[in-house]
Design a protein around this ligand. Structure first.
Ligand code: URP
Ligand code: ZN
Ligand code: ZN
Length: 459
């Protein structure tokens, strides 16, 4: 006997869509096929609806302290928001403190999220200290423990996060040897620090100068350099929150030559352009890299259509209005980051309905690709044996995003007023109903830590 049987739905996969019934038992997809006659505890009429895999958001920051300022969302509220937007797995970051090991750093974060998360979760480890090279010897143990991705920074030098070029190249090579995918936040630190200093010296302190201190070329140079190394070293690399046309050109060229180079972009880079920083609420859009000009935005959409952008993730990193307002007189004091985990899948699916990309592509970049690249074989697709992380999506719903509908604990959203066609009607995380027609129905502790499988970037 099944627990749930979805009848007469349309399942969407990257390769196409098809009519099917979906049977769920013990949190997994047990049956998939047309006109299933099996007995079930609950029948759900999915006629006229899409049955989608839950999204896998490979880039969130929950319970993070940025320059002394805590993010508005913790593991409960951030994953509650995720669940309500159809995202059933999140990958957060465990930052290595100087002297700490990888397993130790990730272990501490697992302890923080345990009992709090409403959807499943994993952690990329942010590497900041190679212990003179000795840390490379821990990569094998990390892969065996299911930590299959690292993040390195070419920025945040003064914050102690930046990795020297030589160290980054060593990480790229050693990580690849163990099937670990290195993620890089690429911007040129020295260029942006010098631009910040000259704007401040001229009294140019508004949010617009956040953009001008790190515009297109400041990111593109670093994107290009990282892609160049990955090609020369023959290793995979994943550029997080890529936001500029020229960086994407480097990725597209490398991919065209057969190199395993991957770009992630975020909805804020697809929906807005740098003009938002001139608005009175420009501080709310401050994130790094900043949102770029309209030409980059259009290039990112083209990159999605042509396959040079592999994933869409949110970089969800919300701060309250009061926290953002601290930087009112000086853009360098604005905490970096925006909310987005609840709106990502609805936004991308609505854009698909409007013809910007196909629905299949939205499922591919929001669910299938991040699951594959980051080693989550039971996520990202609607198929027998996989986790029943399912979104019953109503393509005819009309929702206008407003803060009171959101489930994050921040007090505003940059997505305010966004008009969406289509919306998740119900969301299931491993078979449990976590969102039901506007209401959160999950609970803290339902989410479990996902031990991941190495080698996803090469399959
Ligand atoms: O502005 C951002 N993106 N804040 C989060 C940290 C990061 O670099 O991803
Ligand atoms: Zn980053
Ligand atoms: Zn981030």
């Amino acid at each position: 006997m099944l627990d749930i049987l979805f009848k007469r739905g349309t399942v969407v996969a990257p390769s196409g869509r098809f009519r099917a019934d979906v049977g769920v038992r013990d949190g997994r997809i047990a049956l998939l096929g047309e006109d299933l006659g099996a007995e079930a505890g609950e029948l759900v009429d999915a006629g006229g609806k899409y049955i989608l895999p839950g999204a896998v958001d490979a880039h969130v920051h929950l319970s993070m302290i940025s320059n002394g300022v805590p993010t508005a969302d913790d593991y409960f509220t951030g994953t509650r928001a995720a669940a309500c937007g159809g995202t059933t797995t999140v990958i957060d970051y465990a930052a290595q403190r100087k002297g700490q090991g990888i397993l130790e750093s990730v272990g501490a974060r697992i302890d923080m999220a345990r009992g709090q998360a409403c959807v499943d979760y994993a952690f990329h480890c942010i590497l900041t200290d190679l212990h003179g090279g000795a840390l490379l010897d821990e990569f094998g143990a990390a892969a065996a423990a299911g930590i299959t991705s690292f993040k390195c920074f070419t920025v945040y030098k003064r914050e102690g996060l930046m990795m020297a070029d030589g160290d980054l190249s060593r990480v790229l090579v050693a990580a690849a040897r163990h099937g670990i995918l290195t993620n890089v936040h690429a911007e040129n630190a020295d260029l942006l620090y010098s631009r910040v200093a000259s704007f401040l010296a001229d009294g140019k302190t508004s949010a617009w100068y956040h953009y001008l201190s790190r515009p297109e070329f400041v990111e593109a140079e670093a994107d290009r350099r990282v892609v160049h190394w990955a090609k020369a070293l023959g290793v995979p690399v994943y550029l997080v929150h890529l936001a500029c046309a020229e960086g994407l050109e480097a990725v597209a060229e490398a991919r065209g030559q057969g190199f395993p180079v991957y770009a992630e972009t975020c909805p804020q880079y697809l929906a807005f352009d740098s003009e938002v920083y001139k608005r009175p609420d420009g501080a709310n859009f401050v994130c790094s890299p900043p949102i770029k000009g309209a030409a980059s935005r259009e290039a990112l959409w083209r990159g999605l259509r042509t396959g040079s952008v592999s994933t869409v993730a949110t970089d969800h990193c919300p701060f309250t209005l009061a926290q953002k307002a601290v930087g009112h007189g000086n853009f360098v004091d604005i905490p970096n980051g925006c909310p987005g985990v609840e709106t990502m899948y609805p936004y991308m699916l609505s854009a698909a309905q409007a013809g910007k990309i196909s629905l299949e592509k939205a499922v591919e970049v929001c669910a299938a690709n991040p699951a594959r690249l980051f080693g989550l074989p039971t996520k990202g697709a609607v198929a027998p044996g996989l986790d029943a992380d399912l979104v019953l999506y109503d393509p005819d719903a009309h929702v206008t995003v407003t803060q009171t509908l959101m489930h994050s604990s921040t007090d505003h959203t940059i997505w305010e007023g966004l008009s969406l066609t289509g919306y998740p009607e119900r969301v299931y995380a491993r078979g449990a109903l976590v969102f039901d027609r506007g209401r959160f129905t999950g609970h803290a502790g339902h989410g479990v830590y996902c031990k991941r499988v190495p080698g996803g970037a090469l399959r």
